[in-house]
Design a protein. Sequence first.
Length: 422
Amino acid sequence: MPEKISPARGVEGVVTPPGDKSISHRYAMLGAIAEGATILENYATGADCQSTLACLSALGVKIERRDGKIVIEGGELREPPRLDAGNSGSTIRMLSGILAAQPFTSHIGGDESLSRRPMLRIIAPLSQMGAWIEARDGKFPPLTIHGRALQGIDYTLPVASAQVKSCVLFAGLFAKGDTIVREPVRTRDHTEIALREFGADIESVRGVITLRAGARLRGRSQIIPGDLSSAAFFLVAALLLPESDLLIHAVGLNPTRSALLDFLASMGASIKVVEVRQTGGELIGDLRVRSSKISGGVIEGAMTAALIDEIPVLAILGAASEHGLIVRDAAELRVKETDRIAALEKNLGRMGVRLEAAPDGFTVPGKQRFHAAEIDPEGDHRIAMAFSIAALAAEAPSIIHGSEAAAVSFPEFFSTLRHISR
């Protein structure tokens, strides 16, 4: 479905982003295997997190919606029909850790895009723990997971990945012996926080996460913070457009996610944290952002891992900045919902903006102008939303084809964008 985006002088008002996807996935999965009820407020509305709920329901988990909240009754899982993770890599990767330890065989796959995403990074550690997993061509979904008794392992992540870390830790909940995961660089720690909140004995010291065997999880109530990755699109819009003054309400400020704010500040962004509070171990706060002169920057190493989801929209900001944006160590972008580096290069080219692609990153020179164009996001929600922000700065209306892709993470994105655009 095409979406027409007209130019805007600025964005202003208040935005409340949807619930954090990463936290929503994790709390739903842990609630399904914990004792008693888990009540989740502000659960993410996107299709990916709905795929997680659908998979849990197929596994026999009782899930109800009450007064806008998700209520999950935990307990034993049952052998399901084929599980459909839709477009959600988070669902298939993290849930596989739980399925690997169940006393039955599971079949889990997804849509065409998900079926192209490699799964060796979870198959390898789960196999070391004793799991038996079959995959198409040995590495692609759908997966057939033959549940077995698992053994805790000491595993060093070859590539920094919060999803793989979470998969191994979720499997470790059922394993004999402790499970240790070592990170080459720090990734988002929502899983460690969630496990601790549910009652697991877990510690993290200098990149080494240790989960003690025999965890007994208990259901809990949790308010899900707003998703900072979703808020990133509006942060960039406010910085990009000259007449902007925007308040982003109740967004998650977890230190392993707030690298985005640090990076934007280093580029000259005017962003103020208005209020900070805590809910269920997670920081939450309000952000005030105004249009700013952006200098440019470099994303590499550990910063790349921390900003991997925000890089598409940061590329838009980089093109309009003084000195441009350089991204390195981001080969992971090639295996997302689409090849995001290629999608950025093609669509920026359509808007008259130059991007120099590399195998693991790109360079976008600064001081470029966006021109109206027809955009093909190739089914990728973050590409669709990033180019909607670019379209605001063009000289005439642009068309975002396949705009429904945004519903994967942010169904309300376009209505919110229309509401704040001036």
